[in-house]
Every structure is written in C-alpha cells, then in structure tokens.
Design a protein around this ligand. Structure first.
Ligand SMILES: *Cc1c(COP(=O)(O)O)cnc(C)c1O
Length: 502
C-alpha cells in the first residue's frame, strides 16, 4: 500500500505531512485546511467483502486506507475505534430506520451528547491521548511533557461533544467558552456537570461571536500558545472528517439489505459542510452514491452556490438565528476542502501546488469582496454529485409535525433533522430514488422548537415522549462553571492560567 501524505489546501509547494501532524495541528499555519492529496480507492469487490462488517470493523477498514501503518499499527487502530464507539447507546452505533417509502433516517445521535458530532469527537479525543502518551513515553525523565490545551467556543453542540470526547484524557485540558444565558438549559447542563478535572467551562457574559473572537485571539497569541499548546477540535480537524466516513458506508450496506437499489442518495443537514464532506470522500473512494443533497436552513450560502456558482457572504446581514442553530453559519469552513479537489482535478491538471495558488486567489476575493465566482468546469463537476435545497423556519416546524403525525409510532425529530427530512420529501416528489436523510441530533436537545411544533397535538408530552432519563437526571447534578463577567481576552487567559496553575 502506498504511503498516505497530507497537505494544506493553501500550500503552493510540495507538502508531505503525516496523519499525526495534521491531527495535532488542526488548522494549517498558512490558514488552510489539511487533506490527503490522493483519495484512496476501495479494494476490489469491497461490497462483498465489507457488506456484513460491524460499524467498528468498517471504521477500521476505512481508516486504515488513510493512516499509514507505521503511524498507528492495526491492533492500536482497532483498539482506538473500539474505545471510541463503546460509549454509544445503540449496538449498531448509527442505526438506519425507515421513515416512509423510499425514505430512511440514519440516526447519528446515539453517542454521549446525543448529537452527530460524537461520532467524530469520541475518536478525536482518543487520538489526541494516543499521540500524546506516545510522545511522552519517549521522553527522558525530567524532560517537559507534551500537552494540549483545547480552547473552543460553542453555541451548543460542539462544546458538549468536545468535552465528552476529551474528558479524563491524559495530558489534555479542555476549556469551552459559551455565551451566558444563550444556550439551551440541557446543553449547559451537559457541559457543566462533567466531573473530570481536565474539563473547564467558561460562561462568558457576551454573545457567541464574542466567544469566537476571544478564541481566535488566543490562537493568534504566540507566547500563550508556546506555553500552553493551544489546540482545536472544531470541524476543521481532518480526523473528524475521516471518522464520519464510516456511517455512509454502514448506511449503504444496511439499505442494501432492506431495499436493494442502485440509486442511493444522502440528504445532509449542513452548516460547516463537515458532515456531507465525509460523504464526498466515500463517493470518491468508490461507494456507489447517486447524489449528495445539501440541505441548508436560511443561512444558505451553499444552496446559493449550487444554484448560481457564486460563493457569496450575504452583504450587510450577519448570520441569521434560526430554529436549527448548529447550522447557523455565514460561510462553510469545510467547503474549502471540496473546492481544492474540484480545482485540482478540473482546472490545474492534477497539480497540487497550482491548486493551492488558485484557491488562495478565491479565498482572498472572498475576504476582500465578500464573494467569488467559480468557473463552470468547477460548478458543473460539483453539480454532477451534489444537489441542494434550503428550508425556512416555518417549513422546519411543518416537517416536525408531518413526521410526528404520519409515523405510526409518533416519531419525533429535531429541527436539524427536520431540514434534511423536508428536503428529502421535496426531492422524493420530483426525483425517485432511495433517500437516506441524516438525523443529526436527538429532539430533547432542542425542546423549545420541538414543543412549538408539537404542543398542539393531543397527548403529546415532552417529558414522557422525548426526554431521555439520562438527560433528565442532569438537572439535579451539581454544575461546575466559571463566570467571566465581560467578553475580555485577558480575563479568559487569566482563567486558563489559574486553572492550569503554571
Ligand atoms: C454541527 C451540526 C450540523 C451541521 O454539520 P456540519 O458538519 O457543520 O455541516 C447539523 N446538525 C447538528 C445537530 C449539528 O450539531
């Protein structure tokens, strides 16, 4: 097997980085995202060979193609996978459930924080620890240990998934900033009731944007970074995209057993484009995917790009606060990875370094003018595998109602999942195929919107029908958090110093 090498999307020279380098660094110093220059191909007759594998076995086979054996050997990789998914409540990890004729839901929310980000972050936490333990065990007595201080801002889902991925991990500390009073009570309880001493929650009196700005300036602070080795686990980390590929394969094989079909389409509620990008890798590796459908909320930069070829921040308007807050973005960070492949394969004749040059130009235009327009060679290629639609708040509510009232078991979906389901129904009506819509969160996490949709139904009860006992129990646990009384970088840095005591 050939060695797998990684590079930054914005690099204009030859780069040959290891998996460990890209996982531990997160964002490339040139501002780009790391990716494998060559997308591995699936082994011949993988369908017969892989169709009966368990989720963990599939995860191992796929990851093996992206991680050199010299970096992580077979038994260690199997162990990392097994530990990452032992925390899931469902034995299939990501079960597929039929919702309607030709429509299936892929339930990605059976991890510790009840959202799809667990699939990736449980694995990332174990990887961080694995690499740190190995580096530190090679050190002489008295030599300083390698550590990572993960600092992140959250408006809800990412923070809790990061905390549950990193809790109790050796040589890792995690600090999560969130805006006081602006995340849901369940999300706050999930983050603040974790007892592990390496977990720190900072409730910042400000907005989510304030929190993000503070994190950005901490990342840019050389001196602070040199001392505390600040790391990131947001959706730019390559290991997250890698871990998410497994469920596209798993769902494909499950569906073949229920309803064999050559036309399988995935519908993905999208924000930063991390989830659906994993589907793109699966497709490029050779999984027979007919279409990947991007479903956006009213923050619809991706849908507008697919329709017009122009990637444009909306002028004068900030990010809209919608009923699906985990998808509220102005630009989709991971889209840069897709663009890189589209440029390299369609514009620069397969030349990696030249692709970096073109991408840099586009990103500069985006920054200075707020938009760029991709040439038709790129847009047409994108349209050959992707399609898209956009769903309003009202249609989000309508989809939650529809699924509840039409399913015999009165199934409740969360508002993010609803964006996918609504999009899937629209496509089903015009383009027949088998649709798998990704279900990205448990409805209990978004009680306000779910109740708004369902409270008029007779007999509906959030406590009885939606709230799992495990989440209910959180409200009686002791909370551990530090209040930061104003959005000040200095105050957050001081809080980190105080906690780490060095
Ligand atoms: C993060 C998130 C999404 C969006 O995923 P991207 O990878 O950012 O496109 C959708 N739904 C939920 C519940 C999420 O937490």
């Amino acid at each position: 097997m050939s060695a797998q090498a990684y590079r930054s999307t914005r690099s204009t020279t030859h780069e040959d980085l290891s998996f460990e380098d890209v996982v531990m660094t997160g964002l490339a110093p040139d501002g780009g995202l790391y990716l494998p220059s060559a997308i591995p191909k699936l082994p011949p007759s993988f369908i017969t060979k892989w169709k009966d594998l368990s989720f963990n076995e599939l995860a191992f086979q796929i990851m093996r193609l992206y991680i050199n054996e010299a970096e992580i050997n077979d038994s260690d990789l199997k162990d990392l996978v097994a530990r990452s998914y032992s925390t899931f409540r469902a034995k299939e990890v990501t079960p597929l459930r039929q919702l309607d004729e030709n429509l299936y839901l892929l339930e990605l929310f059976h991890g510790p924080t009840y959202a799809f980000k667990d699939v990736a972050l449980q694995f990332v936490g174990n990887l961080f620890e694995y690499f740190l333990v190995r580096r530190n065990s090679a050190k002489a007595k008295g030599e300083p240990r390698d550590i990572v201080t993960v600092v992140g801002a959250t408006s809800g889902d990412t923070g809790s998934a990061a905390i549950y991925g990193l809790r109790g991990k050796k040589d890792v500390s995690v600090f999560i900033l969130y805006p006081t009073g602006r995340i849901s009570p369940i999300q706050e309880e999930q983050m603040t009731t974790v007892e592990d001493s390496n977990v720190h929650t900072l409730s910042v009196n400000g907005t989510f944007d304030d929190c993000q700005d503070i994190v950005k300036s901490i990342f840019g602070d050389r001196e602070f970074n040199d001392k505390y080795h600040v790391g990131a686990v947001n959706s730019i980390n390559w290991a997250r995209i890698l871990a998410q590929q497994t469920y596209y394969f798993y769902a494909y094989f499950q569906l073949q057993k229920l309803a064999p079909s050559s036309k399988v389409r995935f519908v993905v509620p999208s924000g930063n484009f991390g989830d659906i990008l994993a589907g793109y890798y699966a497709y490029r590796m050779g999984l027979p995917v007919d279409k990947l459908v991007i479903a956006t909320n009213e923050n619809d930069i991706l849908d507008r790009f697919m329709k017009s070829g122009e990637y444009a921040k909306q002028q004068g308007v900030g990010v809209k606060a919608t009923y699906s807050p985990a998808m509220d973005i102005l630009i989709s960070s991971n889209f840069e990875r897709l663009l890189w492949y589209l440029i390299r394969d369609n514009l620069t004749g397969g030349d990696d370094a030249k692709a970096g040059t073109v991408l840099n130009q586009w990103m500069t235009e985006l920054k200075t003018k707020g938009s760029f327009t991709a040439p038709s060679a790129v847009v047409d290629r994108a349209r050959s595998i992707f399609d898209s639609d956009r769903v309003s708040n009202n249609d989000t509510i309508a989809a939650i109602k529809r699924v509840y009232s039409e399913s015999p078991e009165k199934y409740v979906i969360d508002p993010h999942t609803a964006i996918g389901v609504e999009t899937a129904y629209r496509f089903l009506a015009k383009e027949p195929a088998q649709y798998i819509s990704l279900s990205t969160a448990h409805p209990a996490k978004f009680s306000e919107v779910v109740n708004k949709a369902l409270e008029s139904f007779e007999g509906y009860s959030f406590e009885k029908d939606v709230l799992p006992a495990e989440l209910k129990a959180l409200s009686s646990k002791e909370k551990r958090l530090k209040l930061i009384d104003e959005p000040s970088v200095e105050k957050v840095k001081q809080a980190i110093r105080d906690e780490l005591k060095f």
